[in-house]
Write a protein that binds this ligand. Sequence first.
Ligand SMILES: C[S@@+](CC[C@H](N)C(=O)[O-])C[C@H]1O[C@@H](n2cnc3c(N)ncnc32)[C@H](O)[C@@H]1O
Length: 276
Amino acid sequence: MTNQQSAFTTLTAAEVTAVAPWLVDDPHNCHFYHTMEIPSAGLFEGHVDLRPGVQAYLGDISLAGQRVLEVGPASGFLTFYMEQAGAEVVALEVPDDEPLEMVPQPDLDLEAIYCDRIAHMQAIKRGFWFAHRHYDSRVQVYSGHADRLPTAMGRFDVTILGGVLLHCQNPMAVLRACSAVTDGAIVITEQAHPALMRTPKAPLCWFAPSRANRIWDVWWRFSPGFIVQALELLGWHELTWSTHDQLSQGQAYQHFTVVGRNRVQSRCDVSASHTC
Ligand SMILES: C[S@@+](CC[C@H](N)C(=O)[O-])C[C@H]1O[C@@H](n2cnc3c(N)ncnc32)[C@H](O)[C@@H]1O
């Protein structure tokens, strides 16, 4: 599977096809990021439990009959929830050999961390495919990064990015690429940062890593106002946001969700290159 995946990196965006489903029988070889109750397999405890607050996490959008792009499904709790609610879901997950955009921390053994991360993501992906099989799911998965979407995925009624932007070195490029393929609504959910929530409408962004804190997998924390202002620039006219608590290892953490609707296509969708 790894060889098959890495072969994609030599293809152009238009040539990339959906990942062939992995055959995973044994949940003990899986890591579940989400707590998931998987049909005919049981309950698996994960790092986060989105079950009680899933509707708020998804911005209370209508899912039935919608073609949904889910960026970064991890174990797929949201994926299969949305499919069960009647959406046609297409997911984009990071390639096996490029699992994240790592912060250049000078005092860490980044190579060792990178190898561990590759193995960790493989275990999360096995959990996704284990659940996919048990749900008898039709969800397609593409391999890639959210700022370079494979064109074969097509267009979407709704795009969801939950807990993704904080991991992206260039969040504006990701919002721009995702907006360009979305016709109906875009949903952005992030964990709220207490300092930024004092003035939630201000367009604030917190640079998370420092040499002292040694954070290597998170670049940013955002205010709701930052996401709203960025989406306005990308042509989204009707913007709403809400806050909600989500559970991680028994503790409630405040999150916010911004929903953009009613988008006017932009010249920026076509290309960032200039002809004049
Ligand atoms: C914190 S998990 C969130 C999982 C799920 N979306 C949720 O809201 O619970 C972040 C997910 O985004 C993926 N991810 C991170 N950076 C990405 C990128 N540049 N392109 C696509 N997926 C990315 C990770 O691999 C992982 O699956």
